[in-house]
Design a protein around this ligand. Structure first.
Ligand SMILES: NC(=O)c1ccc[n+]([C@@H]2O[C@H](COP(=O)([O-])OP(=O)(O)OC[C@H]3O[C@@H](n4cnc5c(N)ncnc54)[C@H](OP(=O)(O)O)[C@@H]3O)[C@@H](O)[C@H]2O)c1
Length: 237
């Protein structure tokens, strides 16, 4: 059984991806900051086939939390085929001017959306490099596209996702010789707490496309910025 770790699974896209990948036969390690409060995730784990979903306590901002999760994962699985760096925050209203914006929003966005990805990826590398075809999927956003940027909205979130795209390229270059494929993927505009009620697609629809793309990602995609269906032409850096 192939194994995947997904971060940020208490709700939204992460939760839907746990359900979708477990249904496709993956053994999913589902990270959540507060598993006891993640009732929807617990229900998914209970309804999935036995042994297909394990919930790990994992806060991507803290070394100790990620280290403990990596140790718990190593006790459960021999290798990790896929890491989905899904946990993300959008710590602003989105329409603040430069003068209004609390600067701590940059720290919040970068600590989860960028530093958290670097932290989780490096701490899970020993498990990833034991897989035959390990993949790291960084959940990015078109908001991180410099080429598409034409307004001043979402200062912190956009800057953090642009930084995540650069982190993706750098990690892809370093890890490719070690057999690890790293890509950035956009999930679409998705109806979640982060995406809001006006978004275009459900978390389930996004997760179906993402899971199919995760299955198909190959070393030819290393360092690419893909849409949820795996197309690179649809996204601009
Ligand atoms: N929705 C969209 O339209 C959209 C578009 C483009 C990209 N994305 C990206 O897709 C990913 C998932 O977004 P979503 O829409 O599903 O958002 P969401 O519904 O707000 O869910 C975010 C998840 O991240 C978790 N999280 C936040 N901080 C964390 C931390 N420090 N450690 C571990 N987990 C943490 C949250 O857990 P708690 O419950 O503990 O807070 C929650 O499970 C994000 O990276 C987002 O940027 C979303």
């Amino acid at each position: 059984m192939d194994t995947a770790l997904i971060t940020g699974c208490s709700r939204g896209i992460g939760l839907a991806l746990v359900r979708e990948m477990a249904a496709r036969g993956w053994h999913v390690l589902a990270g959540a900051r507060h598993p006891a409060a993640a009732h929807a995730l617990q229900a998914v784990a209970q309804n999935a086939s036995p042994g297909s979903v394990d919930i790990l306590t994992l806060d991507v901002r803290h070394d100790e939390s990620v280290q403990a999760a990596a140790e718990e994962a190593a006790a459960k699985v021999r290798r990790l085929d896929v890491l989905v760096n899904n946990a993300g925050v959008f710590p602003e209203n989105g329409s603040e001017s430069l003068e209004q914006l609390p600067l701590e929003c940059f720290e919040d966005a970068f600590s989860v959306n960028v530093v958290g990805v670097a932290r989780v990826t490096r701490m899970f590398l020993p498990l990833l490099t034991r897989a035959a075809h390990p993949r790291v999927i960084n959940m990015s956003s078109l908001a991180g596209s410099i080429g598409e940027k034409e307004d001043s909205r979402y200062y912190c979130y956009s800057a953090s996702k642009a930084a995540l795209n650069m982190l993706t390229r750098a990690m892809a270059a370093e890890l490719r010789p070690r057999g690890v494929t790293v890509v950035a993927v956009t999930p679409g505009w998705v109806k979640t707490e982060l995406g809001g009620p006006n978004a275009k697609i459900s978390a389930e629809e996004s997760a179906r496309s993402l899971a199919a793309t995760i299955d198909r990602v190959s070393h030819h995609d290393a360092g690419q910025f893909l849409d949820r269906d795996g197309n690179k032409a649809a996204t601009t850096w």
